[in-house]
Design a protein. Structure first.
Length: 367
């Protein structure tokens, strides 16, 4: 879901060795190298304040002001290139378990020297998120032939490890607190702006790193632009929270009246079918029936959800054209929209796929 995003990441992002020990990251790195071709001696992993899921997965580092690059050798310790010059290295150290830091400037020359040290081929991760000039500089330093192994890493990231699932559950608890606060404010007939602010404040009180919201009165969702003091019943909202690095999101219809059960019933029907091996398109077809003869809701026009985790939208979209299948360990946000000339609604759920079926992590719309 596209929302207004902050220009500066200011939320807490320090590495907590108790909940995310170094061994967790070393295991991830080892699994990544097992998936790579044996001739690859090192990987250049890029991250920016907007696109850093892959970098955070391997290093826990979240770039807040400028981009960062991890140099991940197949053998040996990784290094981090951080923006802002040498004076920013001290600020970067608490964010990661990595111990070796270098300035990001002259990244091409640094990578070229590193390639010579390794004496083997290099691979690139998340290169599509690089600024054009930096991408050219790094491609020159990599020298041909080099490999793009982003897909190998993102595929591994879709299967959440136990500690990741624990963090996502905590993120869902923050999401639940935010939605409950919005629901309470709406029932008190507060204005739309105050309702949204109540949810955001509740999330930040629980330690959220980032909160993004949309709202509207007729099912069409838009970001906050100017104060809206008029109460709304119903009020359609979208909220995404990032807690401990992991995202959770919800679509909800807030109302003092009994909730519309048609969308909820269709969503529950789809959730009950989630099993490892089930094709995405089968679930999409169930959810698509909710539109009936009306038009598709804009938020479900191109898909009914997606994989979610360190990125707000991971690869793995639930639509009728998908060739993917659900797998144990994956986490999805699943949504269903009712579109029409007179009424419009969208509700959603966060769900983990287990060997025995779905585990609903956030049951949006259930009081």
């Amino acid at each position: 879901m596209f929302t207004v995003h902050p220009t500066l990441l200011v939320g807490p992002a320090d590495w907590d060795a108790a909940s995310r020990p170094k061994t967790e990251f070393l295991d991830r790195i080892a699994a990544f190298w097992r998936a790579c071709a044996p001739g690859i001696a090192g990987a250049v992993v890029f991250g920016s304040p907007r696109h850093h899921a892959e970098l955070a997965y391997l290093t826990h580092f979240t770039p807040k002001l400028e981009a960062a690059i991890a140099l991940m050798p197949r053998e040996g310790a990784p290094r981090l290139l951080v923006g802002g010059g040498p004076n920013m290295i001290g600020a970067a150290r608490p964010l990661t378990w990595v111990e070796a830091f270098l300035p990001l400037r002259d990244a091409g020359a640094t990578i070229a020297r590193w390639r010579s040290e390794l004496g083997g081929g290099l691979a690139l991760v998340n290169g599509d998120a690089m600024p054009f000039g930096l991408r050219q500089e790094i491609e020159t330093a990599l020298e041909a032939p080099w490999s793009d192994v982003t897909g190998l890493l993102t595929a591994a990231m879709r299967r959440k490890r136990p500690r990741e699932l624990a963090l996502i559950r905590e993120s869902c608890a923050t999401l639940d607190a935010a939605v409950a606060a919005m629901r309470a404010a709406q029932r008190e007939r507060q204005g739309a702006t105050d309702v949204i602010l109540a949810g955001e404040q509740a999330a930040y009180r629980r330690g959220a790193q980032d909160v993004r919201t949309l709202f509207g009165r007729d099912g069409r969702l838009a970001p906050y632009v100017m104060p809206d003091d008029a109460p709304a019943d119903p009020l359609h909202v979208y909220i995404a929270v990032r807690h401990g690095g992991y995202w959770a999101e919800a679509f909800e219809v807030l109302s003092r009246q009994p909730p519309d059960m048609a969308a909820r019933a269709r969503l529950d029907e789809a959730l009950d079918l989630l099993r490892p091996g089930v094709p995405h398109r089968d679930i999409a077809r169930v959810l698509a029936r909710a539109d009936g003869e009306g038009s598709a809701h804009p938020a479900t026009r191109t898909g009914f959800g997606h994989s979610i985790g360190l990125a707000l939208q991971e690869p793995g979209c639930l639509n009728e054209a998908s060739e993917d299948h659900f797998a144990a360990g994956e986490v999805y946000t699943v949504r269903v929209g009712l579109g029409g000339r007179q009424e419009s609604a969208i509700v959603s759920a966060m769900v983990a796929i287990t060997e025995t079926g779905p585990e609903v992590l956030w049951p949006g719309g259930r009081s």
